[in-house]
Design a protein around this ligand. Sequence first.
Ligand SMILES: CC(C)(COP(=O)(O)OP(=O)(O)OC[C@H]1O[C@@H](n2cnc3c(N)ncnc32)[C@H](O)[C@@H]1OP(=O)(O)O)[C@@H](O)C(=O)NCCC(=O)NCCS
Length: 245
Amino acid sequence: MQSDLESIINEYLGRRSGDQAPRCEVSSADPWHFDVGFSLADGAVYRIRNPRPGDEAALHEFADQLGPQSKWLFCPFPWGDSQEELTASFGRAIQRTVSRARAAYLLLHGVRSIGYFYLTGLGEISDVRRPDPWVPELGIGIADAYHGRGLGGLAVRLLQVVGRDLGVDAIELTTHPQNVAGYHTYLGAGFEQVGMLRIDAPASPDATAAADARRDERQMVYVINTAKRMAVLEHLAQQRAEALR
Ligand SMILES: CC(C)(COP(=O)(O)OP(=O)(O)OC[C@H]1O[C@@H](n2cnc3c(N)ncnc32)[C@H](O)[C@@H]1OP(=O)(O)O)[C@@H](O)C(=O)NCCC(=O)NCCS
């Protein structure tokens, strides 16, 4: 996993830093003890690590840098709830990483949290049997001021390395048809669209409820275990059919 991570980050740094020698430090490359740092030619220092108990404030800091449109497109949290309820929801998300049901990562610029991304639906640590096929879901949000710098593409590629390391069969996600940046980010990382999936989501960018409407999103997949490709596609088709019932 370590060398895959280094090559992905160095490739990103090579594109962003031009002639400057890229600097990347992978101090831990276990999906659950993840700690990666890198700096760009302009001196900006970034770090990617797992969220841990007590990181609720870091998640609030990240959330405060997402505008209404981003929150409408990326809605794993009840954005319209009170600060207390949101804090509790962040706490539960952190707990899911501690229990290894979610492999989650915070992206920091200096000390500022500017991104959160994850594979979720990994099962619980006590699970003896893995689902077959094993297809966790990817989620990603990058602070608005940092869009278009290649960080989303980098995060998706890191999650593909994590998925491979965990031995999952594929990674799935959904993205709104108007999410041009998201769609291109996933296509560029090798995801393919398999259909449209009906999901619960906020009705509009200014909705106050977390998931007060149903909407159809592109369902996309990145197959890792090609021997399971047919089973993965059938599993996703079943999800789409069930969502319409
Ligand atoms: C979607 C998101 C994660 C993309 O991250 P990003 O850092 O802005 O994207 P990147 O700069 O890494 O760009 C990735 C690719 O998408 C392309 N892209 C980015 N924005 C684009 C746009 N508006 N139109 C067309 N292509 C675009 C880039 O050119 C790049 O392609 P390449 O790899 O071929 O060069 C980020 O914009 C975001 O967090 N948006 C708000 C929340 C959200 O939509 N989350 C996803 C929900 S499914």
